[in-house]
Write a protein that binds this ligand. Structure first.
Ligand SMILES: Cc1ncc(C[n+]2csc(CCOP(=O)(O)OP(=O)(O)O)c2C)c(N)n1
Ligand SMILES: [Mg+2]
Length: 362
């Protein structure tokens, strides 16, 4: 697959068209119908949680939130391919992968509510916290991959980054070492066309993002990220490649962020209605839904009850988050070092004094 879709040829791997019809049945990965239904449900659950998160934030009940709307197929496919011993090294826009890894939604809410306890993801082993400093997670992913090789473990590292992240030095350093050390890391670029307001065409002069793998001597492939089957097939092959000791793979998943960058962004300032409409036609949930309906694996009317049930589940998880004990001031300081150095102690004391000052009290 990686030779056939050599990124230098700039061809995009697709299995389904925009209407959810198979382009060529031979391309469809061997995946049981029930797994496809489960993936569809995960995508719907993630979307429900996503839309509700934006609304909670608007009600002033959450600090910030980066919408995943339109990108759900990528995380759902990764969720299906990841095994329990595999590592998830996230960026911050792959909610479905967090959930598939076993993270509780209430913990994810804690993260976006600014509470450090959420980042522990105690029910999800081999999962490191979300990385807001863009691409800083990728050298960590390579380090984990190196440790996996050193310990002769059977784990693959699934590392996420955005299109904007490919311009960071960390991205290039990570890919370079990944190539040299042959680490079992799958780099998944979610090319959602924008880095906040910067379109991908202003980000790079490369003909696509997958091609960046070529310079580092690792296979790369450009995939339709709104096509669940294409993402599943590419990730399955990449995971087999990594597990066989052949090293890293770079996947460019072409998608679109249908929502805002975060809840503090207004995309109407930098993109057009036509562009949004064009991408709405490629909505990954609509496409998988059409596929399942055409095969009699579900009915359109099933969604109403499903979404009602999901809304209730999300409300329950949100209540856990809202009733969680407040953030302790010392938490801001205590996670940096095993033992807090004097300078940090001084900063903590100064901050406590500030919070108790008359200026803040009024
Ligand atoms: C090192 C660094 N620089 C800048 C920022 C501010 N910032 C947050 S998200 C973002 C854009 C990221 O774009 P992309 O990598 O495409 O990911 P997306 O948000 O589209 O998922 C920027 C510049 C940051 N968080 N870290
Ligand atoms: Mg982006």
């Amino acid at each position: 697959m990686f030779e056939k879709y050599d990124p230098l040829k700039d061809e995009m791997f697709r299995v389904m068209d925009d209407k959810g019809e198979l382009i060529d049945p031979k391309l469809k990965p061997a995946i049981p119908d029930q797994d496809v239904i489960d993936a569809y449900k995960l995508m719907q659950f993630a979307r429900t949680a996503d839309l509700m998160s934006v609304s909670y934030q608007r009600q002033g009940r959450m600090l910030t939130y980066p919408p995943n709307l339109g990108q759900e197929a990528i995380a759902a496919a990764a969720g299906k391919i990841m095994k329990p011993q595999d590592w998830l090294v996230p960026a911050f826009r792959e909610l479905g992968a967090y959930l598939a890894k076993g993270a509780k939604l209430s913990d994810i809410f804690l993260v976006w509510g600014g509470h450090e306890d959420g980042s522990r993801f105690s029910d999800a082993p081999n999962f490191i916290p979300s990385a807001v400093p863009i691409a800083s997670q990728l050298p960590h992913a390579v380090g984990i991959g190196w440790a996996v090789n050193y310990k002769k473990e059977d784990s693959v590292v699934f590392a996420f980054v955005g299109d904007g992240g490919t311009s960071e030095g960390d991205f290039h350093e990570a890919l370079n070492f990944a190539g040299v050390w042959k680490v079992p890391v799958i780099f998944i670029i979610q090319n959602n066309q924008y880095a906040i307001s910067v379109p991908v065409r202003k980000q790079t002069a490369s003909r696509n993002l997958a091609v960046k793998s070529t310079a580092y001597g690792i296979p790369g492939i450009k995939v339709d990220g709104n096509d669940f089957f294409a993402m599943y097939a590419a990730l399955e092959e990449a995971a087999a490649h990594a597990r066989q000791g052949k090293g890293a793979v770079l996947i460019e998943a072409v998608t679109f962020r249908m929502g805002a960058h975060t809840t503090s962004d207004d995309p109407t300032l930098y993109r057009t209605k036509e562009e949004e409409k064009m991408w709405a036609e490629k909505d990954p949930i609509k496409r998988l839904s059409a596929y399942l309906i055409a095969r009699g694996l579900r009915q359109e009317s099933d969604d109403e009850a499903l979404l009602e049930q999901y809304k209730k589940e999300v409300e329950k998880e949100f209540a856990v988050y809202e009733n969680y004990p407040p953030y302790k001031l010392e938490d801001v300081f205590k996670y940096h070092y095993k033992e807090m150095p004097g300078e940090l102690k001084r900063q903590q004391a100064a901050y406590e004094k500030f919070l108790n000052s008359r200026e803040v009290q009024k």
